[in-house]
Design a protein around this ligand. Sequence first.
Ligand code: CA
Length: 401
Amino acid sequence: MPGMKRNAIAAALLPLLLPGAPGVLAADFNACVKALRGEAAAQGITRRTFDEAMAGVEPDRSVLDAMDNQPEFTAPVWDYLAGLVDEQRIADGRARLAEWASVLADVERKFGVDGPTITAVWGVETDFGRSMGGRPLVRSLATVSCFGGRQRLFRGELIAALRILQDGDVAAGDLTGSWAGAFGQTQFMPTAFQKSAVDFDGDGRRDIVGSVPDALASTANFLMRAGWTDGQPWGYEVRLPANYSGPSGRRARQALAAWSRLGIRQADGTALAGSGLAALLLPAGADGPAFLVFGNFNALISYNASVSYALAIAHLADRLRGAGPFRTPWPTDDPGLSRAERREVQELLIARGFDVGEADGIIGARTRAAIKAFQASAGLPEDGRAGGKVLAALRASARNR
Ligand code: CA
């Protein structure tokens, strides 16, 4: 979701949680839409574009529910990585790399971003276009343009979305996305679209929803503009000396020689390699996997302001290139689950009579409640988390029935 910090969005929407009578909401909305019409007109949106796009649009309170599920801020980092970089996504990504090889080669020539990195963004953002989000973008953005604490910011997004329609880049019926306004194969915010989207298949439209070449090239263009340097690594896993207590974090950047003096080596034991300043990231502390990251990692962060997110992209790209899993395990005895394993948890819960809805591999509020109920019945700590221990307990109880 380039162009917007997800935690900023959550904070912006908090005032919407306040109860309010629907009638008052509707009256406020109508007055707000009237003001938006004038604001849009001042920025070159025609009355026709505005009225067609806004016809029948009502505020969408369900954006509030969607706010609760932002995994990179709530789940342990190993859950996040296990779901985003699983065997299925690696296999799917390799198939997409082969399918789009010639387009990706052209994209790399033009924008200087490699195919595995672009494909990894595609896989993490929408599972290669399978889940682009079905909420009408204009409705979502009109809602947050009229309610909540960041209306000014979202009005810019709404007007950028209206410009997409006015320019004919994406058809109105295709302009759907996440509750916060990210859309398309690689989930651009509308203002990011206006800055970075390109027409790569040459049909005159920048269609990051319907055209994979447009989406892949637009993603590469975004990363290029964010400072991506072709041929440089994002970083790599490293090995720390015992009891490491030196600097870490994205801001503590040093030359490789300084990291070497602290006793840090590549994960396979060889000397540090690469050029430029590097930062040491310890996403789960000094007992978990450690990474030295370079400037390209910051370009990934600018796509979505989360270290876990950038690490998922970076690691998936490496796996698409044939690399293996991290050498250092996550410091937990209850590891994260792949999407296939999450579906298995749900299927086993269903078989035991717990209500999880559909076994779709997405651990939402219903699945978490069912896991808690199962944990209570099995005498396990009730944290509602879908992890390795819960899966093992469910498998064991299925065998014993
Ligand atoms: Ca196009």
